[in-house]
Design a protein around this ligand. Structure first.
Ligand SMILES: C[S@@+](CC[C@H](N)C(=O)[O-])C[C@H]1O[C@@H](n2cnc3c(N)ncnc32)[C@H](O)[C@@H]1O
Length: 249
């Protein structure tokens, strides 16, 4: 990822024509348009570490790969996290597919789901119920496109676009792929994960060493080398770990 750990480069500094941005955002958030936008900007692919899952993802060949966060904002688009299988999500998906006992017959929430990769892995791994959660409405549309590409994932997967940070959840396991890149988000989710773990929810985190990962709360479960791209990350193979969150005694 770029210097400050935010994907898709820096945030906009200047003023913009808010009216035209809001118009284009409203238009593109129309589900049929969002669907066409995603289809135009992605290709059917299998994430390198999780070849059993198929997703619509962006590659260097697609326009959105090259756009900065600022350019995307000008188009009324939030950063397209849903268009990539992030290293943390790939490692966590690989881990639960290879160690199904963590999710088998359990109720699972995939927090910050993006493309839905981790939720699909949980369903393939035998979870009894899966809920994918992401506040980006594009992620919900991307997931609606990705779900039918993976018919082997038997469990029903619900998609929730509500911000559930801080709320109680009806789940046995919370899966979290690649979210510790942003200071504010980390400050909001850290006490929440802590509270959920204290209540007995198993919290598993996939992370390639992002800046705001609270390592003191975590115990190591597995390490993977995740093939990626220098255009998106700073290395071609990203050393990525899966951790279990431990509540303070
Ligand atoms: C780097 S992506 C990770 C996506 C996926 N877990 C993976 O590993 O491929 C981070 C995701 O967090 C989502 N996100 C940010 N704040 C959130 C919140 N409060 N609740 C749910 N999702 C959130 C973003 O929309 C984005 O899809």
């Amino acid at each position: 990822m770029p210097q400050d750990d935010r994907p898709f480069g820096k945030k906009s500094q200047g003023t913009r024509d808010v009216t035209s941005r809001d118009d284009s955002r409203a238009q593109i958030l129309d589900p049929a348009r969002a669907r066409r936008f995603i289809e135009r900007n992605t290709t059917l692919m299998a994430p390198p570490l999780v070849p059993e899952i198929r997703l619509r993802l962006a590659s260097e060949a697609h326009d959105i790969w090259l756009k900065t966060e600022e350019e995307l904002e000008a188009l009324g688009l939030p950063p397209p996290f849903w268009a990539f299988a992030w290293a943390g999500g790939q490692a966590l998906a690989r881990f639960i597919l290879d160690h199904r006992e963590w999710v088998e017959k359990r109720r699972v929430v995939d927090f910050a789901s993006g493309s839905g990769l981790v939720a699909l892995a949980a369903a393939l791994g035998g979870a009894s119920e899966v809920t994918a959660v992401d506040i980006d409405r594009f992620a919900s549309t991307a997931f609606a496109l990705n779900r039918p590409l993976n018919p082997g994932a038997a469990a029903t997967i619900a998609f929730c676009t509500e911000d559930i940070v801080g709320q109680e959840i009806s789940a046995d396991v919370l899966l979290v792929g690649d979210v510790f890149y942003d200071r504010e988000m980390a400050a909001a989710i850290t006490p929440w994960f802590e509270a959920l773990a204290a209540k007995g929810v198993v919290v598993l985190v996939g992370d390639p060493g992002r800046s705001y990962l609270p390592r003191d709360r975590l115990s190591h479960l597995a390490t993977y080398g995740v093939p990626g791209s220098r255009a998106l990350e700073d290395q071609e193979i990203k050393r990525t770990r899966v951790w279990r969150w431990h509540a303070e005694p």
